[in-house]
Design a protein around this ligand. Structure first.
Ligand code: FES
Length: 598
């Protein structure tokens, strides 16, 4: 078999001829960005060929690569099928990503499902042969005991700690272990997964860990991953589940190590996630979520043994998955709505989670309406020609002044790309200085005097105009990039307005607009308003709530009442399918127009 040497690690892998280079690398667990899942559309899966022979690039590849890149041996790994020994260099480094863990939390009383009770087990005698089980049940009459707990235990006498989940005994431990009771709150996003270790006795957060969702190998967005399931009926569901479970287990190891806690003391794991991630975590096929009419297999909260899906914690630990509403209003949004206490609002409050999908919930005098709009991944820095996720080296803010273009880079490094907040800031600035018109097109270069400070910021590439963000790093903002932001804006704003219309209220009736989500938190109000994603009228009413999905998981872990209320809230949320609302297309195209901010 031929082999591939991968730089910079220098590792060598044998491979089977017939697969694309991207497939070979992903199978070896080597990360190569592949937003279009190897379909030859996105142009992101670049690698540099250092040695070895490959067939000449065809038209598709030529269109996606710059001349200069081809001269330097750059190829798109999904479009080449190697046959001989190769040496390649990876072009995207996995960098430390910015992940949000904290956030707003309402006050609530702790009443955990998990409890520990110490009982005294008498040594049996010939006169009293009361069983171990009966001795426990006499001391905790409400408890019910599964055979599994007894299978974990020999007959011991003396102090024994009974771990209860509600009234169910889930574990029996020798001695008094009541001082050790931990849980893990998890937020599974399509892009990142966040875990927090909680001391369930005090509610204190002890350690955090986060990582990029390991399912990235199967595609960057949920639809591509669903397609992967469809195309791999034999093991797709299992592989996607394993990727998530392994990531969570890895993070559990990490947080336990940070806090010097044994994972044997973790009795409950609570998870907030979108509906697709929840299906995939539980090993339930998600294919119905990817095609009309988008019916999920389940939406109710799930309470199962953590080990049933391979999570590493205490032997009897439970896994609680928060409830969802529909395919596109998942448990992460129910958690967010709960954390913002939308069900208790007496006025009009709008909640928006900005990500690849913008999910919006409107609470209007106690009525809860929600919708989901396909914003696309632009606001996460994806599908943008120089785009990248919010990681070191990403431009996160841009200002255009008469003396030039200023930017802020994550980690204060040299810029290598632009992330979601950066692209939004550029578009806001381009609109402000009049280089982009409200319809979304760059102005013509001949409309500018050569002495105008903006003249040298634009260039013409054939018929296309481009904004030169960094000459040195060759970072450009293309007309296509502006279009991506415009589509995201149109989607979110139209969802926003459609909900107001359905509830029969006006913009000025809104008391608060709450911005949630990993990405929302990094999008400043002036960019959201400057690009028209959020109307100017509510700028003063914006409240950032952080990662409310993980906060919801934390609250569920610490309170059985919260779990019940979340289930109730999910049932109360009325889902509105935007595409099915009257005149939606017209509303959407009106919402594509950028605001006049000059
Ligand atoms: S072009 Fe190769 S993954 Fe998109």
């Amino acid at each position: 078999m031929p082999n591939i040497k991968v730089q910079p690690s220098g590792n060598i892998y044998e491979y089977e001829v017939g697969k694309t280079l991207l497939e070979v690398l992903l199978e070896e667990g080597i990360f190569v960005d592949n937003p279009c899942n190897g379909k030859g559309l996105c142009g992101k899966c670049k690698v540099r060929i250092l040695e070895g022979e490959l067939s000449e690039p065809e038209d598709t590849e030529r269109k996606l690569l710059k001349q200069e890149e081809m001269e330097n041996g750059v190829r798109l790994s999904c479009l080449v099928k190697p046959e001989t020994d190769l040496e390649i260099e990876l072009m995207q480094k996995e960098r430390k990503h910015q992940v949000l863990t904290g956030g707003y939390i309402p006050s609530f009383a702790f009443d955990q499902d998990i409890q520990k009770i110490v009982v005294e087990i008498q040594k049996p005698t010939l006169e009293d042969q009361t069983s171990f089980e009966d001795q426990i049940l006499r001391q905790i009459p409400k408890a019910s005991l599964e055979l599994g707990c007894l299978q974990m235990r020999e007959f011991v006498s003396g102090q024994v700690t009974v771990v209860l989940h509600g009234n169910q005994v889930i574990q029996i431990e020798e001695g008094n272990t009541t001082e050790k009771m931990y849980g893990v709150a998890v937020d599974i996003g399509t892009t990142t997964v966040v875990c927090t270790l909680i001391d369930m006795l005090t509610g204190k957060e002890l350690a955090h860990a986060s990582m990029i969702n390991a399912q990235k190998h199967f595609g960057l967005d949920v639809l591509t991953r669903i397609t992967y399931e469809l195309e791999h009926p034999e093991d797709g569901v299992e592989k996607l589940q394993k990727a998530l479970v392994n990531s969570i287990n890895e993070m559990i190891e990490d947080i336990c190590c940070q806090a010097e806690v044994s994972k044997e003391w973790i009795y409950e794991i609570a998870v907030g996630a979108n509906c697709t991630m929840m299906h995939m975590l539980l090993g339930v096929p998600a294919t119905s979520l990817g095609r009309s009419p988008y019916a999920p297999v389940f939406v109710c909260g799930k309470d199962i043994k953590a080990k049933e899906i391979g999570l590493c914690a205490a032997e009897g630990a439970r896994l609680y998955c928060l409830p969802s509403v529909s395919a596109y209003i998942g448990a992460d949004i129910v958690a967010g709505a709960y954390v913002c206490q939308l069900q208790k609002e007496s006025g009009n409050v709008l909640f928006i989670d900005i990500g690849t999908n913008g999910e919006i919930v409107l609470s209007s005098h106690g009525r809860l309406l929600c919708c989901s709009c396909a914003a696309g991944p632009a606001l996460e820095g994806m599908n943008i020609s120089s785009g990248m996720r919010a990681a070191e080296g990403a431009i996160e803010d841009v200002t255009i002044t008469e003396s030039g273009i200023e930017w802020k880079v994550i980690g204060n490094e040299k810029p290598i790309g632009i992330c979601g907040s950066g692209i939004l800031a550029v578009v806001k600035e381009l609109l402000r200085v009049g280089l982009v018109r409200k319809e979304g097109a760059f102005i013509k270069l001949n409309k500018l005097e050569e002495s105008d400070y903006r003249f040298h910021m634009l260039q013409e590439n054939g018929k296309k105009r481009e904004f030169i963000l960094s000459e040195e790093q060759k970072l450009l903002i293309t007309q296509g990039d502006i279009r991506q932001v415009q589509l995201a804006k149109g989607a979110i704003l139209s969802g926003f307005l459609a909900l107001l219309k359905k509830a029969g209220i006006q913009m000025e009736d809104l008391d608060k607009v709450m911005i949630a989500g990993q990405f929302g938190a990094h999008l400043p109000a002036d960019s959201l308003v400057g690009t028209g994603i959020i109307p100017k009228e509510v700028q003063e009413k914006l409240v950032y709530v952080g990662n409310s999905s993980k906060t919801g998981a934390y609250m569920a872990l610490m309170s059985a009442k919260v779990k019940r209320e979340m289930e109730e809230l999910a049932r109360q949320m009325d889902y509105m399918e935007l595409g099915a609302t009257e005149n939606y297309e017209r509303l959407f195209s009106e919402c594509l127009i950028f605001p006049n901010v000059k």
